[in-house]
Design a protein around this ligand. Structure first.
Ligand SMILES: Cc1cc2nc3c(=O)[nH]c(=O)nc-3n(C[C@H](O)[C@H](O)[C@H](O)COP(=O)(O)O)c2cc1C
Length: 337
């Protein structure tokens, strides 16, 4: 059985990639995932805020030393994200993960503003990252930033990073754009070699007992894969790029479904956090079993089998699915009302 797949120009031994999460935050975690069979690892994001804090701290320290008040160093908090060395520690993680792993290590950068990405992307590539995943987490909470401005910001960031590094760059996109297809195409035109669909937003919860806003990260469920899967199916034959499906990969059948939609790889975080790194073995061997059971001899043979054809009407595909789903819901639940 040939499980190999190509993603961002990298040949991977199978399509199961460990997505950015606490599972990949240290070398031990990376090692265990690789031993369990993942074909690549995305490290947790280096956040723009981390980089900025370090820059500010560096400048302040320099000024402090110039004024001979070295003891002021004590005022800096010790938290790993705010102390000097947060970024350096991250670069060291990239280096050590690359050394410890025989599969590609992808570094992730998470930010929303235009400046300062190129140097850090270059440093990540220099530390040995096989690719850079840009997670452009921009949620304009004001009432005046237009969609066009948000999109322009994405394209500027992508273009600047892509022109600075020689490793491939992918973009983890938000599902909340009015014209996802056009933006995805523009991002590829700006130099990205892959799209990771989609970013999953961390939405704070409201606790009505304590009457408080509670920051919370919920693990995903399988049904959440439908939005990214639909978009991969729609875009697969329209945009020449690599596709990673992320969200809701819990069982080998979910891997198969994403491949049928047209994904080159799936990225999984919640299932690995829920079941442990060895769950990757279950996903890979289960996929192999699924392929054999359905008479296929390779991953490439199933990729995109259920994607929207190049000359098919994607809007029609969406509406047909929508109308059929509503009709089915009426049949199923209509009698209950
Ligand atoms: C606890 C946790 C931490 C995460 N950290 C990151 C991160 O640092 N960068 C990133 O791009 N995505 C991060 N993600 C998102 C995952 O990489 C993934 O895209 C998302 O959870 C959807 O996949 P899943 O359904 O398999 O969880 C995180 C997810 C979880 C649950």
């Amino acid at each position: 059985m040939d499980l190999t797949t190509t993603y961002l120009g990298l040949t991977l031994r199978n399509p199961v990639v460990a997505s950015a999460s606490p599972m990949t935050q240290d070398v031990d975690g990376v090692r265990r995932l690789v031993d369990a069979g993942v074909s690549a690892v995305v490290l947790p994001s280096l956040f723009e805020e981390q980089v900025r804090r370090e820059e500010v701290s560096d400048t302040m320290l320099q000024e402090v030393h110039e004024g001979s008040f070295g003891e002021a160093r004590n005022y800096f908090p010790d938290s790993p994200t705010t102390s000097l060395g947060g970024v350096r520690a991250h670069l060291s993680l990239v280096e050590r993960a690359v050394q410890a792993s025989e599969v590609p290590v992808i570094a992730s950068l998470n930010g929303s503003s235009r400046g300062g990405w190129t140097e850090i992307a270059t440093a990540l590539a220099g530390a040995g990252a096989a690719a850079i995943e840009l997670n452009i987490y921009a949620v304009p909470g004001d009432t005046y930033t237009s969609g066009a401005e948000v999109e322009k910001r994405h394209l500027d960031i992508v273009a600047s990073v892509c022109s600075a590094v020689s490793v491939p760059v992918s973009v983890k996109l938000s599902p909340f754009f009015s014209a996802t297809g056009a933006l995805a195409q523009a991002i590829v035109n700006a130099g990205a070699q892959g799209l990771v669909l989609f970013n999953r937003f961390v939405q704070p919860d409201i606790d009505p007992v304590r009457i408080a806003v509670v920051p919370n990260v919920h693990l995903s469920s399988r049904t959440e894969s439908r939005v990214p899967m639909t978009w991969i199916a729609i875009l697969r034959n329209q945009i020449r790029t690599s596709f990673a499906g992320t969200t809701g990969v819990e069982e080998p059948e979910d891997v198969a479904a994403y491949l049928l939609a047209g994904a080159d790889v799936v990225m999984t975080a919640s299932a690995l956090l829920r079941h442990g790194p060895q769950h990757a073995t279950h996903l890979v061997t289960g996929l192999e079993g699924w392929l054999a059971e359905h008479g296929y001899d390779s991953v490439n043979a199933v990729k995109g089998l259920l994607s929207v054809g190049r000359h098919q009407d994607a809007e029609g595909y969406e509406r047909t699915g929508y109308v059929a789903a509503l009709r089915k819901a009426r049949q199923t639940y209509g009698s209950l009302t």
